[in-house]
Design a protein around this ligand. Sequence first.
Ligand code: SAH
Ligand code: SF4
Length: 373
Amino acid sequence: MVNLLDFDLEGLIQWCEARGQKRFRAVQLFRWIHQKGVGDFSLMSDLAKPWRDDLALHAQVKPLSVLSRHDSADGTIKWLFDVGEGNAIETVFIPEDDRATLCVSSQVGCAVGCPFCSTGYQGFSRNLSTAEILAQLWWAEHTLRAERGTTDRVISNVVMMGMGEPLQNMQALLPALHAMLDDHGYGLSRRRVTVSTSGVVSMFDRLAQSAPVALAVSLHAPDDALRDRLVPINRKYPLAELLAACRAYLDHAPRDFLTFEYCMLEGVNDSDQHAQALIDLVLHHPDGPVPCKFNLIPFNPFPQSGMKRSSAQRVKAFAEQLSRAGLVTTVRKTRGDDIDAACGQLAGDVKDRTRVHLRRINAMPSSPQPLVN
Ligand code: SAH
Ligand code: SF4
Protein backbone atom coordinates (compact mmCIF):
# COMPACT_ATOMS: atom_id res chain seq x y z
CA MET A 1 0.00 0.00 0.00
CA VAL A 2 1.50 3.33 -1.06
CA ASN A 3 1.45 6.17 1.48
CA LEU A 4 0.56 9.28 -0.49
CA LEU A 5 2.29 11.45 2.12
CA ASP A 6 5.52 10.11 0.62
CA PHE A 7 5.17 12.21 -2.53
CA ASP A 8 5.76 15.77 -3.59
CA LEU A 9 3.43 16.92 -6.38
CA GLU A 10 5.75 15.69 -9.15
CA GLY A 11 5.99 12.29 -7.49
CA LEU A 12 2.21 12.08 -7.11
CA ILE A 13 1.72 13.06 -10.76
CA GLN A 14 4.03 10.24 -11.83
CA TRP A 15 2.25 7.77 -9.60
CA CYS A 16 -1.18 8.85 -10.86
CA GLU A 17 -0.07 8.78 -14.48
CA ALA A 18 1.18 5.24 -13.99
CA ARG A 19 -2.38 4.42 -12.90
CA GLY A 20 -3.77 5.99 -16.06
CA GLN A 21 -4.85 9.27 -14.49
CA LYS A 22 -4.25 12.71 -15.92
CA ARG A 23 -1.99 15.24 -14.30
CA PHE A 24 -4.83 17.43 -13.04
CA ARG A 25 -6.24 14.47 -11.11
CA ALA A 26 -3.01 14.31 -9.16
CA VAL A 27 -3.21 18.04 -8.46
CA GLN A 28 -6.77 17.61 -7.13
CA LEU A 29 -5.67 14.73 -4.93
CA PHE A 30 -2.64 16.61 -3.62
CA ARG A 31 -4.87 19.56 -2.70
CA TRP A 32 -7.34 17.33 -0.86
CA ILE A 33 -4.54 15.81 1.16
CA HIS A 34 -2.39 18.79 2.01
CA GLN A 35 -4.68 21.82 1.72
CA LYS A 36 -7.84 20.28 3.16
CA GLY A 37 -6.24 17.65 5.38
CA VAL A 38 -8.48 14.90 4.06
CA GLY A 39 -7.12 11.37 4.08
CA ASP A 40 -10.33 9.46 3.39
CA PHE A 41 -10.80 9.05 -0.37
CA SER A 42 -14.56 8.64 -0.05
CA LEU A 43 -14.78 12.26 1.14
CA MET A 44 -13.01 13.63 -1.92
CA SER A 45 -16.26 14.65 -3.54
CA ASP A 46 -15.01 15.89 -6.90
CA LEU A 47 -13.06 12.73 -7.72
CA ALA A 48 -14.86 10.20 -9.94
CA LYS A 49 -16.14 7.16 -8.05
CA PRO A 50 -14.03 4.57 -9.97
CA TRP A 51 -10.91 6.62 -9.26
CA ARG A 52 -11.74 6.84 -5.55
CA ASP A 53 -12.27 3.08 -5.47
CA ASP A 54 -8.96 2.52 -7.22
CA LEU A 55 -7.24 4.79 -4.70
CA ALA A 56 -8.80 2.97 -1.76
CA LEU A 57 -7.44 -0.30 -3.08
CA HIS A 58 -3.87 0.82 -3.69
CA ALA A 59 -3.11 3.83 -1.54
CA GLN A 60 -3.60 5.44 1.82
CA VAL A 61 -2.85 8.67 3.61
CA LYS A 62 -1.16 7.25 6.65
CA PRO A 63 -0.32 9.67 9.45
CA LEU A 64 1.97 8.90 12.37
CA SER A 65 0.35 7.70 15.55
CA VAL A 66 0.48 10.12 18.42
CA LEU A 67 2.06 8.77 21.59
CA SER A 68 1.50 11.90 23.58
CA ARG A 69 0.77 15.58 23.39
CA HIS A 70 1.80 18.23 25.87
CA ASP A 71 0.45 21.76 25.91
CA SER A 72 2.67 24.33 27.59
CA ALA A 73 1.39 27.29 29.55
CA ASP A 74 2.95 29.56 26.90
CA GLY A 75 0.96 27.97 24.04
CA THR A 76 3.79 25.72 22.84
CA ILE A 77 2.59 22.22 21.93
CA LYS A 78 4.82 19.15 21.75
CA TRP A 79 3.76 15.94 20.04
CA LEU A 80 5.58 12.67 20.49
CA PHE A 81 4.96 10.44 17.46
CA ASP A 82 5.54 6.70 17.30
CA VAL A 83 7.89 5.68 14.49
CA GLY A 84 8.07 2.00 15.38
CA GLU A 85 10.51 -0.28 17.16
CA GLY A 86 10.25 1.65 20.38
CA ASN A 87 11.37 4.86 18.70
CA ALA A 88 9.63 8.19 18.80
CA ILE A 89 10.19 11.62 17.29
CA GLU A 90 9.10 15.00 18.53
CA THR A 91 7.44 17.92 16.79
CA VAL A 92 6.95 21.29 18.44
CA PHE A 93 4.45 24.05 17.63
CA ILE A 94 5.56 27.51 18.74
CA PRO A 95 3.02 30.34 18.47
CA GLU A 96 4.30 33.92 18.52
CA ASP A 97 2.63 37.31 17.97
CA ASP A 98 3.31 37.54 14.27
CA ARG A 99 3.85 33.91 13.27
CA ALA A 100 3.39 30.29 14.27
CA THR A 101 6.32 27.98 13.73
CA LEU A 102 6.46 24.21 13.54
CA CYS A 103 9.77 22.61 14.51
CA VAL A 104 10.05 19.38 12.53
CA SER A 105 12.30 16.32 12.96
CA SER A 106 14.22 14.73 10.09
CA GLN A 107 15.81 11.62 11.64
CA VAL A 108 15.40 9.25 14.56
CA GLY A 109 18.44 10.27 16.57
CA CYS A 110 21.43 11.86 14.86
CA ALA A 111 24.83 10.64 13.75
CA VAL A 112 26.67 13.95 14.19
CA GLY A 113 26.92 13.50 17.94
CA CYS A 114 27.23 17.03 19.30
CA PRO A 115 27.91 16.60 23.03
CA PHE A 116 25.51 19.38 24.08
CA CYS A 117 22.52 17.87 22.26
CA SER A 118 20.37 15.12 23.68
CA THR A 119 19.47 13.85 20.19
CA GLY A 120 23.19 13.54 19.44
CA TYR A 121 23.74 11.81 22.72
CA GLN A 122 21.11 9.24 21.82
CA GLY A 123 22.96 8.22 18.63
CA PHE A 124 21.55 7.51 15.18
CA SER A 125 18.71 5.06 14.59
CA ARG A 126 17.43 5.79 11.12
CA ASN A 127 16.31 8.35 8.57
CA LEU A 128 12.70 9.42 8.47
CA SER A 129 10.82 8.92 5.21
CA THR A 130 9.26 11.84 3.33
CA ALA A 131 5.88 10.67 4.66
CA GLU A 132 7.15 10.73 8.24
CA ILE A 133 8.54 14.25 7.80
CA LEU A 134 5.41 15.58 6.06
CA ALA A 135 3.06 13.76 8.44
CA GLN A 136 4.34 15.99 11.26
CA LEU A 137 3.21 19.12 9.39
CA TRP A 138 0.03 17.51 8.04
CA TRP A 139 -1.02 16.42 11.51
CA ALA A 140 -0.16 19.64 13.32
CA GLU A 141 -1.70 21.95 10.72
CA HIS A 142 -4.98 20.11 10.30
CA THR A 143 -5.41 19.21 13.96
CA LEU A 144 -4.95 22.83 14.99
CA ARG A 145 -7.29 24.08 12.25
CA ALA A 146 -9.99 21.69 13.41
CA GLU A 147 -9.51 22.67 17.06
CA ARG A 148 -9.72 26.35 16.17
CA GLY A 149 -12.67 25.85 13.86
CA THR A 150 -10.91 27.52 10.96
CA THR A 151 -9.98 26.67 7.40
CA ASP A 152 -7.27 29.34 7.45
CA ARG A 153 -3.62 28.43 7.63
CA VAL A 154 -2.37 28.03 11.21
CA ILE A 155 1.34 27.27 10.71
CA SER A 156 3.16 30.10 8.96
CA ASN A 157 6.75 28.87 9.29
CA VAL A 158 8.56 25.55 9.35
CA VAL A 159 12.01 25.05 10.81
CA MET A 160 13.87 21.75 10.34
CA MET A 161 15.28 22.07 13.84
CA GLY A 162 13.83 19.07 15.57
CA MET A 163 15.67 15.79 15.93
CA GLY A 164 18.26 14.87 13.35
CA GLU A 165 20.55 16.40 10.74
CA PRO A 166 18.31 17.22 7.76
CA LEU A 167 21.17 17.40 5.25
CA GLN A 168 22.10 13.80 6.07
CA ASN A 169 18.65 12.75 4.86
CA MET A 170 18.38 14.60 1.55
CA GLN A 171 16.45 11.93 -0.27
CA ALA A 172 13.49 12.25 2.06
CA LEU A 173 13.97 15.92 2.90
CA LEU A 174 13.76 17.37 -0.62
CA PRO A 175 10.28 16.05 -1.57
CA ALA A 176 9.03 17.12 1.88
CA LEU A 177 10.36 20.64 1.31
CA HIS A 178 8.77 20.71 -2.16
CA ALA A 179 5.37 19.90 -0.67
CA MET A 180 5.80 22.66 1.94
CA LEU A 181 6.63 25.20 -0.76
CA ASP A 182 4.11 24.04 -3.38
CA ASP A 183 1.13 26.33 -3.97
CA HIS A 184 -1.03 23.21 -4.20
CA GLY A 185 0.49 21.98 -0.92
CA TYR A 186 1.24 24.22 2.07
CA GLY A 187 2.21 27.23 -0.05
CA LEU A 188 4.90 28.44 2.34
CA SER A 189 7.34 30.95 0.88
CA ARG A 190 11.02 29.96 0.77
CA ARG A 191 11.86 32.45 3.46
CA ARG A 192 9.39 30.84 5.85
CA VAL A 193 10.99 27.42 5.62
CA THR A 194 14.36 27.04 7.31
CA VAL A 195 16.74 24.13 7.21
CA SER A 196 19.15 24.08 10.13
CA THR A 197 22.40 22.22 9.62
CA SER A 198 25.50 21.39 11.58
CA GLY A 199 27.37 22.04 8.31
CA VAL A 200 27.06 19.15 5.86
CA VAL A 201 28.84 21.23 3.25
CA SER A 202 28.64 18.61 0.49
CA MET A 203 24.83 18.99 0.38
CA PHE A 204 24.54 22.79 0.23
CA ASP A 205 24.58 22.81 -3.56
CA ARG A 206 21.90 20.19 -3.90
CA LEU A 207 19.68 22.07 -1.49
CA ALA A 208 20.29 25.31 -3.40
CA GLN A 209 19.35 23.67 -6.71
CA SER A 210 16.34 21.70 -5.53
CA ALA A 211 14.74 23.65 -2.67
CA PRO A 212 16.57 26.92 -1.93
CA VAL A 213 14.99 27.63 1.44
CA ALA A 214 16.46 29.70 4.26
CA LEU A 215 19.57 28.19 5.80
CA ALA A 216 20.59 28.31 9.44
CA VAL A 217 24.05 27.02 10.29
CA SER A 218 24.87 25.76 13.76
CA LEU A 219 28.24 27.40 14.35
CA HIS A 220 28.73 27.19 18.13
CA ALA A 221 32.49 27.89 18.00
CA PRO A 222 34.78 30.47 16.38
CA ASP A 223 37.74 28.18 15.71
CA ASP A 224 38.33 24.67 14.41
CA ALA A 225 39.84 23.27 17.62
CA LEU A 226 36.72 24.06 19.67
CA ARG A 227 34.26 23.32 16.86
CA ASP A 228 35.86 19.90 16.28
CA ARG A 229 34.77 19.07 19.82
CA LEU A 230 31.34 20.71 19.88
CA VAL A 231 30.19 19.86 16.35
CA PRO A 232 32.23 16.80 15.36
CA ILE A 233 31.32 17.04 11.66
CA ASN A 234 33.70 20.02 11.66
CA ARG A 235 36.56 17.51 11.40
CA LYS A 236 35.25 16.63 7.97
CA TYR A 237 34.17 20.12 6.88
CA PRO A 238 36.27 22.68 8.78
CA LEU A 239 35.30 26.33 9.18
CA ALA A 240 37.05 27.62 6.04
CA GLU A 241 35.06 25.20 3.88
CA LEU A 242 31.87 25.85 5.79
CA LEU A 243 32.10 29.61 5.36
CA ALA A 244 32.90 29.28 1.65
CA ALA A 245 29.84 27.05 1.21
CA CYS A 246 27.67 29.52 3.14
CA ARG A 247 28.79 32.32 0.87
CA ALA A 248 27.99 30.25 -2.22
CA TYR A 249 24.54 29.34 -0.83
CA LEU A 250 23.68 33.01 -0.44
CA ASP A 251 23.41 33.33 -4.23
CA HIS A 252 20.33 31.09 -4.00
CA ALA A 253 19.01 31.90 -0.54
CA PRO A 254 15.64 33.65 -0.11
CA ARG A 255 17.28 36.47 1.86
CA ASP A 256 20.65 38.12 1.42
CA PHE A 257 22.00 36.81 4.71
CA LEU A 258 22.03 33.55 6.57
CA THR A 259 21.66 32.77 10.22
CA PHE A 260 24.36 31.38 12.47
CA GLU A 261 23.10 29.61 15.56
CA TYR A 262 25.32 29.71 18.60
CA CYS A 263 24.50 27.69 21.70
CA MET A 264 25.80 29.48 24.80
CA LEU A 265 27.74 27.06 27.02
CA GLU A 266 29.16 28.39 30.25
CA GLY A 267 32.96 28.50 30.29
CA VAL A 268 33.14 26.66 26.96
CA ASN A 269 32.38 29.11 24.13
CA ASP A 270 30.96 32.21 25.82
CA SER A 271 33.91 34.52 26.71
CA ASP A 272 34.73 37.99 25.34
CA GLN A 273 37.60 36.34 23.47
CA HIS A 274 35.23 33.91 21.79
CA ALA A 275 32.97 36.79 20.76
CA GLN A 276 35.93 38.69 19.31
CA ALA A 277 37.11 35.59 17.46
CA LEU A 278 33.61 35.20 15.97
CA ILE A 279 33.64 38.80 14.82
CA ASP A 280 37.04 38.25 13.19
CA LEU A 281 35.84 35.02 11.60
CA VAL A 282 32.79 36.43 9.84
CA LEU A 283 33.53 40.15 9.45
CA HIS A 284 37.27 40.20 8.83
CA HIS A 285 37.31 37.22 6.53
CA PRO A 286 39.97 37.37 3.75
CA ASP A 287 37.18 37.10 1.12
CA GLY A 288 35.19 39.90 2.76
CA PRO A 289 32.47 39.82 5.41
CA VAL A 290 29.99 36.93 5.40
CA PRO A 291 26.47 38.45 5.34
CA CYS A 292 24.86 36.89 8.39
CA LYS A 293 22.97 37.36 11.60
CA PHE A 294 23.52 35.56 14.87
CA ASN A 295 20.97 33.75 16.95
CA LEU A 296 22.26 32.95 20.43
CA ILE A 297 20.57 29.95 22.03
CA PRO A 298 20.87 29.66 25.80
CA PHE A 299 21.92 26.04 26.35
CA ASN A 300 19.14 23.74 27.52
CA PRO A 301 20.80 21.29 29.86
CA PHE A 302 20.01 17.59 30.00
CA PRO A 303 21.35 15.14 32.54
CA GLN A 304 24.21 13.52 30.59
CA SER A 305 25.67 16.67 29.00
CA GLY A 306 27.80 17.78 31.93
CA MET A 307 27.57 21.35 30.60
CA LYS A 308 25.87 24.45 31.93
CA ARG A 309 23.89 27.28 30.45
CA SER A 310 25.69 30.63 30.31
CA SER A 311 24.22 33.18 32.69
CA ALA A 312 21.71 35.69 31.36
CA GLN A 313 24.25 38.50 31.93
CA ARG A 314 26.92 36.61 29.96
CA VAL A 315 24.52 35.99 27.06
CA LYS A 316 23.56 39.67 27.08
CA ALA A 317 27.18 40.86 27.15
CA PHE A 318 28.11 38.45 24.35
CA ALA A 319 25.17 39.64 22.25
CA GLU A 320 26.10 43.27 22.85
CA GLN A 321 29.70 42.66 21.83
CA LEU A 322 28.57 41.15 18.52
CA SER A 323 26.01 43.92 17.97
CA ARG A 324 28.55 46.66 18.64
CA ALA A 325 30.76 45.15 15.94
CA GLY A 326 27.84 45.45 13.50
CA LEU A 327 26.47 41.90 13.62
CA VAL A 328 22.69 41.65 13.96
CA THR A 329 22.23 39.41 17.00
CA THR A 330 19.14 37.98 18.63
CA VAL A 331 18.79 35.80 21.71
CA ARG A 332 16.35 32.93 21.36
CA LYS A 333 13.59 32.92 23.91
CA THR A 334 13.23 29.54 25.51
CA ARG A 335 9.76 28.19 24.88
CA GLY A 336 7.90 25.21 26.22
CA ASP A 337 10.30 24.88 29.14
CA ASP A 338 7.65 23.25 31.29
CA ILE A 339 7.13 20.44 28.77
CA ASP A 340 10.78 19.74 27.80
CA ALA A 341 10.18 21.09 24.32
CA ALA A 342 13.21 23.36 24.09
CA CYS A 343 16.06 23.00 21.58
CA GLY A 344 18.25 20.01 22.20
CA GLN A 345 15.88 18.50 24.75
CA LEU A 346 14.03 16.38 22.25
CA ALA A 347 14.68 12.79 23.20
CA GLY A 348 12.92 10.20 21.17
CA ASP A 349 13.85 6.73 22.22
CA VAL A 350 10.96 5.68 24.35
CA LYS A 351 12.49 2.33 25.27
CA ASP A 352 15.78 3.93 26.17
CA ARG A 353 14.08 6.55 28.26
CA THR A 354 12.30 3.81 30.13
CA ARG A 355 15.59 2.05 30.63
CA VAL A 356 17.19 5.21 31.98
CA HIS A 357 14.32 5.55 34.42
CA LEU A 358 14.67 1.95 35.48
CA ARG A 359 18.40 2.32 35.95
CA ARG A 360 17.77 5.33 38.13
CA ILE A 361 15.17 3.51 40.13
CA ASN A 362 17.52 0.55 40.62
CA ALA A 363 20.32 2.82 41.66
CA MET A 364 18.21 4.29 44.42
CA PRO A 365 16.14 1.45 45.82
CA SER A 366 15.50 3.20 49.09
CA SER A 367 14.74 6.63 47.75
CA PRO A 368 11.28 6.80 46.26
CA GLN A 369 11.45 10.49 45.35
CA PRO A 370 9.88 11.51 42.03
CA LEU A 371 12.16 11.06 39.05
CA VAL A 372 13.17 14.31 37.45
CA ASN A 373 13.54 14.07 33.70
N1 SAH B 1 20.91 19.01 13.31
C1 SAH B 1 20.58 20.34 12.97
C2 SAH B 1 19.16 20.74 13.34
C3 SAH B 1 18.61 20.25 14.65
S1 SAH B 1 19.22 20.98 16.10
C4 SAH B 1 21.57 21.30 13.59
O1 SAH B 1 22.35 20.90 14.42
O2 SAH B 1 21.56 22.45 13.18
C5 SAH B 1 18.57 22.63 16.09
C6 SAH B 1 19.41 23.61 16.90
O3 SAH B 1 19.35 23.32 18.30
C7 SAH B 1 20.87 23.56 16.51
O4 SAH B 1 21.40 24.84 16.36
C8 SAH B 1 21.47 22.87 17.69
O5 SAH B 1 22.83 23.14 17.81
C9 SAH B 1 20.66 23.41 18.83
N2 SAH B 1 20.78 22.62 20.05
C10 SAH B 1 21.01 21.30 20.17
N3 SAH B 1 21.07 20.93 21.46
C11 SAH B 1 20.84 22.05 22.20
C12 SAH B 1 20.73 22.31 23.59
N4 SAH B 1 20.86 21.33 24.49
N5 SAH B 1 20.48 23.57 23.98
C13 SAH B 1 20.32 24.54 23.07
N6 SAH B 1 20.39 24.36 21.75
C14 SAH B 1 20.66 23.13 21.30
FE1 SF4 C 1 22.61 16.30 15.44
FE2 SF4 C 1 21.99 18.89 15.36
FE3 SF4 C 1 21.97 17.54 17.69
FE4 SF4 C 1 24.30 18.06 16.49
S1 SF4 C 1 22.85 19.56 17.33
S2 SF4 C 1 23.69 16.10 17.37
S3 SF4 C 1 23.73 17.88 14.36
S4 SF4 C 1 20.63 17.21 15.97
